[in-house]
Design a protein around this ligand. Sequence first.
Ligand code: GLN
Length: 446
Amino acid sequence: ASLSRIKETEPVVQAFITLDEEGARAQAAELDKQLKEGGERGLLFGLPAGIKDNIVTDGLKTTCASRFLSNYIPIYNATVMDKLRAAQSVTIGKLNMDEFAMGGSNENSAMGPTRNPWDPERVPGGSSGGSAAAVAARQVYFALGSDTGGSIRQPAAYCGVVGLKPTYGRVSRFGLVAFASSLDQIGPITKNVEDAVYVLQAIAGHDPMDSTSADVEVPDYTAALTGDVRGLRIGVPKEYLGEGIAPQVKDAVLAALKVFESLGATWEEVSLPHTEYAVAAYYLLASSEASSNLARFDGVRYGVRAENPDNLIDLYVKSRSQGFGAEVKRRIMLGTYALSSGYYDAYYLKAQKVRTLIKQDFDQVFEKFDVIIGPTAPTTAFKIGEQIHDPLTMYLNDICTIPVNLAGLPAISVPCGLADGLPVGMQIIGKAFDETTVLRAAYAYE
Ligand code: GLN
């Protein structure tokens, strides 16, 4: 069913970079065989999954939507892939994204943009745009994305599906091609909250292969599926409903808060005073980490190597010039500049201090509140081509999601109505490692 749905919708949506029909059929046949031999059904038995193309898959091309890796076939699995395999999900293929997860519209993919299933003239969001579009178009049952500054939640919002960024350290990053290692986190994109519960259950947990993965017990997330939010205390940051937020988006979130009231929760306006510095701090820190992480792409060890270099340095320069797209180069230059010795204190160190202040803003609110609610993104999905030549406007789209990554917190985006026929996303943010409360609130609302 998944493969035939893909055949039907893919000419318009273009969510896949690699479709592994043969592999998917083989996995399904193997599961069938195991079941017939009396095996137990795993948690995700037989469910077709799409995987963002920055998560390495043994024997299956992993491009990060970059020319640089257009020929890269990994020889190992990311930990999340082993976990999905253990839960008996079936991998259908690899999904489009902004190159190296840098972007918020999928227009930075070297393979061309994915289109929003609600309106093919519009972007699906990004960087996990292929993942959100594939779920929205019902091509796959669920998808995995990665979120460094909003890349699971924002495309989920634009495509009218559910996207969960777990707490930093909750899900192993082993085998996730690093963009900004202190911010990156893998998470599920699903049709509904219940599915997010099951996929998170399958992929969460400590991994000795990732030194930043947290040794914190994984609870039974089905405990979140109660529908009960009586007494839940919700903080609503005034900074997330102010300037720059489209009126219709604000109205949709306020209407959702009314639903929470009717379910017995309470909400109050709160303040996260350092929000205005979050985008600047993020783009310094994320770009700094990216410039370091992407230094490994030299044309020698991974991916495409430039032809006819004059010498070794020329090989690096040519391979990197030809392999990386414009946005990736912009980030590498920004990051290298911010880290250079004369500027380190003024930019990188300062941004680290701002990061701490942003985290403290959240800590203070969470002394009195169980969750924080606001919009996922300031607007609904914009048109392809509308913002691509204006990186600053593009960066400002992340204002509501970026602070959450800087603080390492879990957050979910759930659909909360339509504006001019396009989906609006509501973001529910929780305390570190308290995905359960986030999921409970999201499930009750849904
Ligand atoms: N849009 C943000 C960026 O371009 C977030 C990307 C992400 O979360 N991977 O950096």
